[in-house]
Design a protein around this ligand. Structure first.
Ligand code: NIG
Ligand code: FE
Length: 414
């Protein structure tokens, strides 16, 4: 079916040819057309331009007068397959315990790991599917999902199978990342390198043989996995064609950023602890620095030096980190608000960081992240609003009225 969207007040993030990412001062340029049309056919963007040049008709026409059209958000870092929730730890945090203190007491990731172990694959799918439906209505059209609450071969594979079932069951584009090295499980306490051996010798070969993961991740940070552990795991993953996307420098100057760059990671994520050395290592690399302001906000941690990174010429991506412990929300419009409010990014910068640059950070830049002929027909239409700046400004509001994924209209009421 073809869909013609007409009279669009602002058609955001248009490009004639897809560039892989935007960096430095280009981050503050958001290409758009005013009074525009957009033509979709089947699952593709076929054409766009100014209304005065529109000569098309289509099976369905949508009048978007007063409204904006965006390419769907790409959320390049989530852990949205999880069991249950952790609001009790949230209260511990309010009372003053730190993320690391909660983790040391067997809470945190290990708590989610126990809940996941006790939850069947079908139940895990149902819980996760609800989150997928929620983020679709919040404008996300592509999402990366990590394993990492299994922490043994059976449960890691259970998570990755659920991710595969989500891919089959929903119109959103999903990529999957194996994060066996998310935390050391209780039974390996004091034997971290044995656990790393198990990740390398048992988990990676099994997961690769079933084709269950696109990428590999390690939580390379203080109190979690060392640079040496990370290097061993990334090398093992590379043998199976798994490119790295790693958790780095959330809790300390862990060396994670430099390690990610050294192994040509697609992205390094979190980056609260980023100094001159880290910035230098990222320049001239193909690794996308990805900030997760939901986590820093929720945990009350320091913010990464976003402006300094852009001024140095780096690109930035912003993702939700949707997970039960440090960012229990996948609302990318709210992430855009946090980008402006907490990281002092401009609205243009946050939209580049949540569409184009996150598409790159999940290996989807050729097909997602912009309004470009031939790319996926994944878009959202806003309510009537003054302009794109109104979205991050109106923090907490859902201004998205209609979502189209794979060229099909998604029902918004449930
Ligand atoms: O990205 N930093 C490590 N992992 C997750 C948190 C997961 C959890 O607490 O459940 C994160 O913030
Ligand atoms: Fe994360």
């Amino acid at each position: 079916m073809s869909i013609l969207i007409k009279n669009i007040k602002q058609l955001i993030q248009v490009e004639d040819e897809s560039v892989r990412w935007v960096a430095g001062s280009d981050m503050s340029k958001l290409p758009l057309l005013k009074d525009a049309f957009l033509l979709l056919d089947k699952d593709e963007i076929v054409d766009f331009g100014l209304m005065k040049d529109c000569k098309y008709s289509a099976d369905m026409e949508i009048d978007a007068a007063g409204k904006l059209v965006f390419p769907s958000y790409c959320d390049s870092h989530t852990h949205l397959v999880y069991a249950g929730s952790r609001e009790i730890e949230y209260i511990d945090k309010i009372k003053g315990l730190s993320y690391e203190e909660i983790a040391k007491r067997g809470g945190g990731i290990l708590n989610s790991s126990k809940l996941l172990h006790d939850t069947s694959e079908d139940e895990l799918f149902e819980q996760s599917f609800k989150r997928i439906q929620e983020i679709i209505r919040l404008g996300t059209g592509a999402v990366e999902i990590k394993s990492g609450y299994g922490l043994n071969p059976q449960d890691e594979i259970k998570m990755l199978r659920v991710i595969r079932r989500l891919q089959e069951a929903s119109p959103i584009t999903i990529v999957s990342t194996f994060l066996g090295a998310h935390a050391v499980p209780a039974e390996y306490k004091g034997r971290q390198s044995d656990y790393v051996d198990m990740v390398i010798n048992e988990m990676i070969p099994q997961i690769a043989s079933e084709g269950l993961a696109d990428y590999i991740d390690v939580f390379c940070d203080k109190g979690f996995f060392t640079v040496e552990d990370t290097e061993r795991i990334l090398m093992a993953g590379m043998k199976y064609g798994l490119r790295a996307k790693i958790h780095a420098n959330e809790l300390d100057f862990s060396g994670g950023i430099q390690t990610g760059v050294k192994y040509n990671a697609l992205s390094v994520d979190h980056l609260e602890f980023t100094g001159d050395e880290e910035i230098t290592s990222l320049l001239d690399s193909e690794t996308m620095p990805t900030l997760l302001p939901g986590a820093a906000f929720f945990l009350g941690m320091i913010d990464p030096p976003a402006r300094k990174m852009i001024q140095a010429g780096l690109p930035l991506a912003l993702a939700s980190d949707f997970n039960p412990g440090s960012s229990p929300s996948g609302n990318m419009s709210f992430i855009a608000s946090l980008g402006c409010i907490k990281l002092r990014l401009l609205p243009e910068e946050v939209f580049n960081a949540t569409t184009k640059n996150t598409a790159y950070a999940m290996g989807l830049d050729a097909t997602h992240g912009s309004i470009c002929k031939g790319k996926k027909a994944n878009i959202f239409i806003t309510k009537e609003i003054p302009g794109y700046e109104f979205i991050p400004y109106s923090f907490g509001s859902n201004l998205i009225e209609q979502v189209i994924l794979e060229g099909k209209i998604i029902p918004m009421s449930r």
